[in-house]
Design a protein around this ligand. Structure first.
Ligand code: ADP
Length: 448
């Protein structure tokens, strides 16, 4: 096992990894940009190293600076968290070349599944259904128009290197498509330095169901069941839960097995997630693999009792899973609300600033993963996630009641948050009955 690990990330996930290291008796080194200099979690690490200015390209995304910090701190492994360098296969390769273990999948598998177009090919190869779409990348407008005609509108333009909902455009006619292609290419080029795009049929009002995967270096690969992440705004998740409500056991098992087949074919190990869309007729389609720990991983931890970050670290150190598929149960119901510093009443505009009052909820069945406290200044430079509020109860009905109680207790002043919106969601009959899809928030809260 490793004696010393570096966390190449910030915020709640940096704290999550620090905690896992503490539990495992591993020393942990944090890195921070100048914007995070005063972050309270830095005091919980054994050492904290400044890696540069607030702009991510010069700090959390800067491979040379992260590797230098790792060498100075003399660590054996790097945990990348999510976002930033977590899905950068070049970074994983550089770590290996520097004799530092990358806590994640092998770089070849990451490169393979990280390209959505390649991942689609892989899915087709192992008989996993994909959303109907272009065979490969779209090179010219004429071809796109012809394909759209063939598939029928609406279609979705997607960036091959996409993530975080960027480089994605819905087109409902030829004019939309022409304009959307340009815009998606430019957005993808700016965000990922790769402007290549492809087309998919736009599935109307689908559910987003994803499967947690865990595999070791010895060929053991299992799933930890699904999460329903249908509650989204602008293709970004806001509420996640497990088990998915109103999903038959047969569909659940078929999707989970499809996920295992797909990542196995990629030569994958460590934690990962296979994402699917499920349409109104319960047809499911693979959309992408996330080759990292995800924001919503605690939902799965609560229902399965498995600490995913600890498992990632164990696997990177070469240990075996030590349990088999038949031992993995979904116990009770777990739900997560993402608490972001943003204003739901103003199109979810970020709301950075100083938190003046912070009264977190607690009590039975509540887990709060957060790096903030009263007096903390939410920097404007990064993702607006400030906390993940989770509940775990024997049934979904009890979990909803528990979340309502926790949301009512949760008081934050100084920045706008998604808490008021969550309170409304948890009182909305469609959500309570488990009848929501990926357009639910847009249809109900973002009109006009
Ligand atoms: P990203 O990597 O940018 O997060 P994904 O491919 O994971 O993009 O998709 C994110 C979300 O976008 C999905 O959860 C879903 O809401 C929506 N989406 C993606 N593909 C489609 C599609 N073909 N039809 C309808 N919605 C889609």
């Amino acid at each position: 096992m490793f004696q010393r690990i570096l966390v190449a990330n910030r915020g709640e996930i940096a704290l999550r990894v620090i905690r896992a290291c503490r539990d495992m008796g591993i020393e942990v080194v944090a890195v921070f940009s100048e914007a995070d200099r005063d972050a309270p979690y830095l005091d919980l690490a054994d050492e904290a190293i400044c890696i540069g200015p607030p702009v991510p390209a010069q700090s959390y995304l800067n491979i040379a600076r992260i590797i230098s910090a790792a060498e100075i701190a003399n660590v054996q492994a790097i945990h990348p968290g999510y976002g930033f360098l977590s899905e950068n296969s070049h970074f994983a390769e550089v770590c290996r070349d520097c004799k530092i273990e990358f806590i994640g999948p092998p770089h070849q598998a990451m490169a393979l599944v990280g390209n959505k177009n390649e991942a689609r090919k892989l899915a087709k190869k192992v008989g996993v259904p994909v959303v109907p779409g272009s065979e490969g990348l779209i090179t010219d407008e004429k071809e796109a128009l012809r394909l759209a005609e063939e598939m029928g509108y609406p279609v979705l333009i997607k960036a091959a290197a996409g993530g975080g909902g960027r480089g994605m455009r819905v087109a409902r006619n030829d004019i939309n498509l022409r304009v959307g292609l340009q815009a998606a290419r430019q957005e993808a080029e700016a965000a990922f330095k790769d402007g290549s795009v492809y087309l998919e049929k736009y599935i109307e009002q689908p559910r987003h169901i994803e499967v947690q995967i865990l595999g070791d270096r010895h060929g053991n690969l299992i799933h930890l069941w699904e999460r329903d992440c249908s509650l989204q705004r602008r293709h970004q998740k806001l509420v996640e839960e497990s088990p998915a409500p109103n999903l038959s056991q047969q569909v659940r098992e078929t999707i989970c097995q499809a996920a295992v087949r797909l990542v196995k074919e990629a030569g994958y190990f460590s934690a990962g997630t296979c994402e699917f869309l499920v349409d109104k007729d319960k047809n499911f389609y693979f959309i992408e693999v996330n080759a990292r720990i995800q924001v919503e991983h605690p939902v799965t931890e609560l229902v399965t009792g498995i600490d995913l970050v600890r498992e990632q670290i164990r696997i990177a150190a070469g240990e075996k899973l030590g349990y088999t598929q038949d031992k993995i149960e979904q116990r009770g119901s777990a739900i997560e609300c993402r608490i972001n510093a943003e204003d739901p009443a103003a199109e979810f505009r970020p709301s950075p600033g100083t938190i003046k009052r912070w009264h977190p909820p607690g009590g039975p069945g509540v887990r709060l993963d957060t790096h903030v406290e009263a007096g903390y200044r939410v920097p404007p430079n990064y993702d607006s996630l400030i906390a993940k509020l989770l509940v775990h109860q024997p049934s979904r009905t009890e979990a909803i009641a528990c979340m309502r109680r926790a949301l009512a207790e949760f008081q934050v002043e100084g920045v706008k948050t998604t808490i008021p919106l969550h309170r409304e969601i948890f009182n909305h009959s469609a959500f309570v009955e488990g009848r929501v899809d990926t357009t639910f928030i847009e249809r109900n809260w973002m009109k006009g």
